[in-house]
Structures are given as C-alpha cells and as structure tokens.
Design a protein around this ligand. Structure first.
Ligand code: NAD
Ligand code: USQ
Length: 401
C-alpha cells in the first residue's frame, strides 16, 4: 500500500514508518519537526540521541534499499496538506501529527489554545484535503483512551447501545477527557465522524492507551535509527519515566495514591495495530473506533513492577507518592474493551520482566544523558500560573519547507 505517515519524525510515527517500510509498503513521512522545537522550548532532550530526519531516512534507505519520501511542512497549512495528498496519492494516511502532551496543554492559556488549534485545525485540513483530492483514501487517526475518562461503567470501543425511556440507539460513547489535549482528541473524533457521515470518507479512530518502550526490530538495526525516549515531566509517559528514574536511583514519581488505571501497550504493538487497520480499511462512510491497548495497569502496579525489576538488577528503587499535579480520580473502576484489533490478528507483546529489564537497560545505557531536574512535576492543572508560563509555544508553522 502507499501510506503517508503524518508525524513520522515522532515517537510512534518513526517506529511505524520503519515498520511499514520493512513490510513492503511504500511510505512517505510528513512532519514539520515542531516536536524537536518543543524540546528546545522546555529545555529537555530525549534520552536517546535521535538523528535529523534526513539522516535517519538516508541510513534506512542505505541499509534496506527501500526508499522513503519526506514532505516537510505543517498540517495547519491547508495548501501543504492538499499538495502532499495530490503528489503522493496515498491509499491510507496515518495521522500522528499532533501536540500530544496533556501537561503541555495545561501550562497556560497560550499552550491550551495552541494545542487545540494545532490538533483540530490539522485534522480538519486533512479531512477537507481527502474529500477534495482522495475521497477513497482511508484515514487512520490516532485518538486516545483518555477521551473516555474513567466512567463507573465498562468502556466500549467507540459506541454504546443505550435504552432510554423505552427506546434504544447506538451512540458515540460519552467523553470525559482530562486535559485540554485530551479534549482536542474528542473534538477531532467528532469532526471525523461528521466528515464520514456527510462526505462518505472512511476512517478508523484508534483510541490508543499509554505507549511504552522504544525498541522495535527496525530501530535496532542501526544506532542512527534510534527512536526518541521522553522521560521529562511534560512529554515523558509514566512507565518510560519510571524506568529512567529507576536507572538513576531516583524515587519513582507516583502522583497521589497511584490508583489511576490506564490502558497500556508496547510500541511494537502500536506499529502492528496501525498496519492491521490499514490492511482492513473502514468502509466508505464508516467511522469505526478501535481501543488500541493490550493491558491495563494502575500507576502503582507499574511502580511495583519497576521496583521488582530493579531489585533483580541489584538496584534499590524507592517509590514516592507526590501530591498529584493533575485533577483525576486516584481510585476508580476501569474496564475497557479492546478486542477489535485482536480480532484483526494482533498478538500482543505483554509487559514482561524481560521487557522491563530491557527498558531499564536502555536507560542505563544513556545514563549520562539523564537530567534529573525534569523528573518532578512543574505543570499543575489547578494553577493559573505555572513555572512554564513565561514560555510561548513554538507555533506550528514556524518551520516551513
Ligand atoms: P510525538 O510528539 O513524538 O510525535 C508527533 C509528531 O508530529 C512530531 O514529530 C511532530 O513534529 C509532528 N507534528 C506535530 N504537529 C504537527 C504539525 N502541525 N504539522 C506537522 N507535523 C506535526 O508524539 P507520539 O508520542 O508519537 O504520538 C503520536 C500520536 O499518537 C499523537 O496524536 C498522540 O496523541 C497519539 N498517542 C500517543 C500516545 C503515547 O503514549 N505516545 C498514546 C496515545 C495516543
Ligand atoms: N503519572 C504518574 N507519575 C508520573 C507520570 C504520570 O503517576 O511521573 C500518572 C498520571 O497522573 C496519569 C498516568 O500516570 O494518571 C498516565 O500519565 P502519562 O503522562 O503517562 O499519560 P497521559 O498524560 O495520559 O498521556 C499519554 C500520552 C498521550 C496519550 C495518553 C493515552 O502522552 O498522548 O493520549 O497517554 S491515555 O492515557 O490513555 O489517554
């Protein structure tokens, strides 16, 4: 298939682009590198020393003989999106190209507005470009499990059948997102659903859980293909952060009681889920939703698992319960369905001792690059002024081809 990977220079996107290319698909990466600028804005760096995209792609092409096109530009720029779709003519577009950090979106008004503009406008541009130039192309859009929040009933995959006053209907599952970032995904979902309904576009909304890991078969092939591994308080996700904290002997930063339960998946399953979605496209006019995670854990479960893995490696790992910077339930019911991708053929990589060992090993390997000053939370949901408010978000559009 011809597959465009929007956000292909990022964490999920880079691993996905390489995987799809290795599977024989013809891949184009679309990115404006704004994620690298957000690191500069925040004064943080990925644990792993990632190379410029041009070098990454050159190394991949030399090693495998497979070509990969690059379109550098901003999905907020409609002309750029439209010309990319017309030039590449993809069978499927995978849309990862958004601002994906909940804390970043909660820094202040500027960062909230920026996040929602970047994400909602980028997706709208894509929907209009697909309608105009490629209405049969399948949109595979990354959403988030966080769209649902933590309701006191089972979470379904996108839709729920409700009986009310003697009548019955299947409706979008209620949304209770927990940050302005998560809200942007809800807005996207509504826009995508509406575009499928009125224009007959085909879309798959992948409500992904928290991703962990950094290694895939393809990134392992050469040090210069290494993927990013964020561990700072803004972009680092919880399990990746805990492994880096353990490697440095820093107490694990559990927010509050740690009963917050989420869906998780290995990055090797992210890439497979995306391919499965492309290989089994939605029908014209269909907007289907898959819950993309493989297991659920509470934050405290994860801390105990990392503590045990560290102990086996001879490390002493302490667990701290910090006052939560977020507004979220710290103990709650959580039971989310996630069978649709398994039905399509996903065989999950479950979180194992060996995987935890390898994650900690990556952190140990790059230990000298760890900056422990970015471990503690600095963005607080209830504060109107955060430490980081003096920063202005690096606008998408700052980097143009
Ligand atoms: P990332 O920040 O590492 O990558 C996103 C990429 O998109 C970056 O390379 C960035 O430069 C690019 N981008 C952002 N805005 C752009 C714009 N306006 N124009 C062009 N390029 C732009 O993020 P990630 O962790 O790879 O996440 C990818 C997607 O998956 C996001 O939509 C995110 O919401 C979703 N997701 C991620 C996780 C996770 O745990 N990482 C979990 C669930 C869902
Ligand atoms: N947490 C801690 N300690 C930490 C970091 C986080 O206890 O040091 C807690 C948070 O309070 C939260 C949970 O761990 O309850 C998950 O936090 P996270 O930062 O790992 O993930 P989150 O903010 O939810 O966002 C990440 C990605 C986002 C994606 C989302 C999937 O950054 O792009 O949408 O995971 S989901 O969580 O299913 O919404």
């Amino acid at each position: 298939m011809k597959i465009a990977v929007l956000g292909g220079d990022g964490y999920c996107g880079w691993a996905t682009a390489l995987y799809l290319s290795s599977r024989g698909h013809s891949v184009a990466i679309v990115d404006n590198f704004v994620r690298r600028l957000w690191d500069h804005e925040l004064g943080v760096e990925t644990l792993t020393p990632i190379r410029p995209l041009s070098e990454r792609v050159r190394v991949w092409e030399e090693l495998t003989g497979r070509t990969m096109e690059v379109f550098s530009g901003d999905v907020m720029d409609y002309d750029f999106v439209a010309s990319t779709i017309q030039t590449f003519r993809p069978d499927a577009v995978i849309h990862f190209a958004e601002q994906r950090s909940a804390p970043y979106s909660m820094i202040d008004r500027k960062h909230a507005v920026f996040t929602q503009m970047n994400n909602v406008v980028g997706t709208l541009n894509l929907l209009f470009a697909l309608r105009e130039f490629s209405p049969d192309c399948h949109l595979v859009k990354l959403g988030t499990m966080g769209e649902y929040g933590t309701p006191n009933i089972d979470i379904e995959e996108g839709y729920i059948t409700i009986e009310h006053n003697g009548r019955k209907d299947t409706l979008p599952y209620p949304k209770q997102p927990g940050s302005f970032y998560h809200l942007s995904k809800v807005h996207d979902s509504h826009n995508i659903m509406f575009a499928c309904k009125i224009w007959g576009l085909r879309a798959t909304d992948l409500n992904q859980g928290v991703v962990y890991g950094t290694i895939t078969d393809e990134t392992e092939m050469d040090e210069r293909l290494v993927n990013r591994f964020d561990y700072d308080e803004v972009f680092g996700t919880v399990l990746n952060r805990f492994c880096v904290q353990a490697a440095l002997g820093h107490p694990l930063t559990v927010y509050g009681r740690g009963g917050q339960t989420r869906g998780f998946l290995d990055i090797r399953d992210t890439v497979r889920c995306v391919e499965l979605s492309c290989l089994h496209p939605a029908a014209p006019g269909e907007c289907r939703v898959f819950n993309q995670f493989t297991e659920q854990f509470s934050v405290l479960d994860l801390a105990h698992m990392v503590q045990a893995a560290g102990k086996k490696l001879g490390m002493t790992v302490k667990i701290d319960h910090l006052p939560s910077p977020r507004v979220e339930a710290q103990e709650h019911y959580y039971n989310a369905r996630h069978s649709k991708l398994v039905d399509l053929g996903l065989t999950p990589h479950l979180l194992s001792d060996s995987l935890l060992d390898s994650l900690i090993a990556v952190a140990v390997k790059y230990r000298e690059r760890i900056d422990s000053s970015v471990f503690l939370p600095q963005v607080f949901w209830r504060e109107s002024r955060n430490v980081r408010t003096r920063q202005t978000p690096v606008a998408a559009g700052a980097v143009r081809p």
